[in-house]
Design a protein around this ligand. Sequence first.
Ligand code: HEM
Length: 414
Amino acid sequence: MVDTTTSTDSTPSETEIPDYPFQRDLRCPLAPAPKVREVRASAPLSRVRIWNGSTPWLITRHAGQRALLTDERVSDDDRIPGFPYVNAHRAAIAPHTPRLITNTDAPEHTRLRRMVNAPFLVKRIEAMRPTVQRIVDGLIDDMLAGPNPADLLTAFALAVPSLVIAELLGVPYKDHEFFQENSNKVLDGALTAEQARQASMALAGYLAELLKAKMASPGKDVLSEMGERVTNGEMTFEEAVSMGVAMLIAGHETTATMISLGTLALLQHPEQLAELRESEDPKFIANAAEELLRYLTIVQTGVRRVAKADIEFDGQLIREGEGMLFELHAANWDEEAFPGADKLDLHRPARTHQAFGYGPHQCLGQSLARLELQVVYGTLYRRIPTLRLAAPIEQLAFDHTGTTYGVRCLPVTW
Ligand code: HEM
């Protein structure tokens, strides 16, 4: 519960914890950092020291995150001093970044989100199931026809979200290769920042041209819908292009990571994988996707906010201008919300997880991500029943610094 009264005590009584983000235990690569459990058990709110020396609040409990993420004094505006940026690069670009759904509060956020909400509603996304199934089947055919062993990430996982989003935006088939290649470059950690920037510019330029073409001759896709809103004066041309790029980037690495890391988690739990492979029950497959989202909680930078006013919360005073870090893994492994949280259990009711965040900024693309994961988890292991790791888990390299926690390469054989 969030108390609306303001405390008179100006000194936080908590002790500050250095070295955030916390280190994971490399022997248990799928579990959150052990320190997370310790901090969550000791207090609902703690202060942590981050890269720039500031000490934002760390919120670890499931219920506490829900209360604060729906409090209108909690802001997503990254121009407010005190916002806890992920790194120096993000801090440097924040003042120059256009105002998007990802960095605005109501009422601006509500206006922008309304512009793009309709295509992501469950019913419209569900209508895409046959298309997503066709894309997934085609990519599995390609992988089976290619080299064995293969890297599941590049041979399959990265291609699923980029082909699906291309479909949703209305990218013509002839341009798919350009689209996919540049989407991959934006996320390829092996390339330089300049190469990634060029790929992102190429995509923005491409989407701007495509938007113009859709405005002249609309189709039944998201870009055409946004084009109509531009024509009606509801959103600017630049906002529509930025939204297209944001959808592409936000949904690409995240979904690909859930496919590769989800597969790794299932290969580590062969009995549950066998049950999933043999199941014909769409509800069980959908729940398995929720449980994998909860268990893996791949967005490792969490959700970040700043207080717009003083907030008294659980006996502590969060002052105006103080940063807040919502550690999603901590909430999703909170025993009070998910008893036996450290076990993967595909039968557990997991839908209340916070892997997609919570509150007004909760993931716009969650229905789409769910659909993609349900189709992949319900198809891949059935089509390739002998799928297994082609290298010991100890030899896999995990990404500890990016927005999402995942494997850099997942060698598989069949
Ligand atoms: C498994 C896949 C995904 C995960 C784990 C994920 C996770 C998240 C999280 C945690 C947030 C909340 C950020 C915050 O509150 O600050 C978010 C927001 C967002 N996501 Fe996703 N996401 C996924 C897939 C997608 C897809 C497929 C799309 C679009 C096609 C997408 C588009 C967005 C957008 C536009 C926002 C910003 C919403 C807003 O600020 O109002 N995401 N996502």
